[in-house]
Design a protein around this ligand. Structure first.
Ligand code: IPE
Ligand code: IPE
Ligand code: MG
Length: 239
């Protein structure tokens, strides 16, 4: 049931699979990396829109563990773009009250990327308006595998009994511990799949698959998505 006519339901946590940079570039006669550069502008627009709408957590899927399988030239361009984006935007994010948290593996990046990854987390740690979660070298199965390993180790060392393992134990062992589950998952470019994103956390998330490519996703598209969410009826298996 709708709450009040003028009081829109806002998702606390929006998670976005930013897809379609390459296709957008191709359609505009540009190189794929130019699509990724354009995609950074969309990220900035969405952060603004998330702040304005009162969203508390915004998770962005920026690089999957499978994306390492792309040609080295594209992988390197994406890594460079990450470093440049951190350098160009950290101060502004801190000023906006945005706290950045990275989720994903940390053992496969160059020193330079690690440096920027730590820098953005440290320099935005005081942000209280919005938590921006960047999924970078992230995949859900890899995350679950790590969680199972840490829980198994705790059992083997006698710190935890098998009976004590609860759903919360598993949630707490994921990269996303302390981050509430996503309420709303958006994937641009019309593809209707999760591509190894937040599989555990997405159990009751609403989903939306707009056909626009990520470089075309702006504040107006974000507001449109908020309207789609507001119309959803979440039942959680109940009546
Ligand atoms: C999303 O755009 C960005 C990343 C996966 C890093 P793509 O690069 O997947 O663009 P398409 O899907 O090929 O159009
Ligand atoms: C998912 O997009 C990963 C990111 C957006 C970072 P992909 O373009 O890599 O996914 P598939 O290959 O279409 O499933
Ligand atoms: Mg893609």
């Amino acid at each position: 049931m709708r709450v009040y006519m003028n009081q829109k339901r806002i998702p606390a946590h929006v998670a976005i699979i930013m897809d379609g940079n390459g296709r957008w570039a191709e359609a505009h006669g540009k190189e794929r990396y130019e699509g990724h550069i354009e995609g950074v502008h969309s990220v900035k627009k969405c952060i603004k829109a998330a702040l304005r709408n009162g969203v508390k957590y915004l998770t962005l899927y920026a690089f999957s563990t499978e994306n390492w399988g792309r040609p080295a030239e594209e992988v390197n361009a994406l890594m460079e773009l990450f470093c440049k984006s951190v350098m160009d935007n950290t101060a502004e994010l801190a000023g906006q009250g945005v706290r950045v948290r990275m989720i994903g593996r940390r053992d496969r990046f160059s020193e330079r990327v690690c440096h920027h990854l730590n820098a953005i987390e440290e320099q935005t740690a005081a942000g209280e308006k919005l938590t921006l979660v960047l999924a970078f070298d992230y995949s859900s199965r890899d995350e679950i595998k790590s969680a199972v390993r840490s829980i198994a180790a705790a059992v083997a060392e006698g710190r935890l009994s098998v009976e004590q393992i609860s759903e919360q134990t598993i949630s707490d062992a994921l990269y996303t511990a302390e981050i509430p589950d996503p309420d709303f998952i958006v994937r641009t470019s019309g593809e209707c799949r999760l591509s190894n994103f937040l599989l555990w956390q997405a159990s009751y998330a609403e989903m939306y698959f707009p056909s626009v490519m990520w470089p075309e996703f702006d504040e107006n598209e974000f507001d449109k998505a908020m309207n789609v969410y507001a119309e959803r009826n979440r039942r959680y298996g109940k009546l």
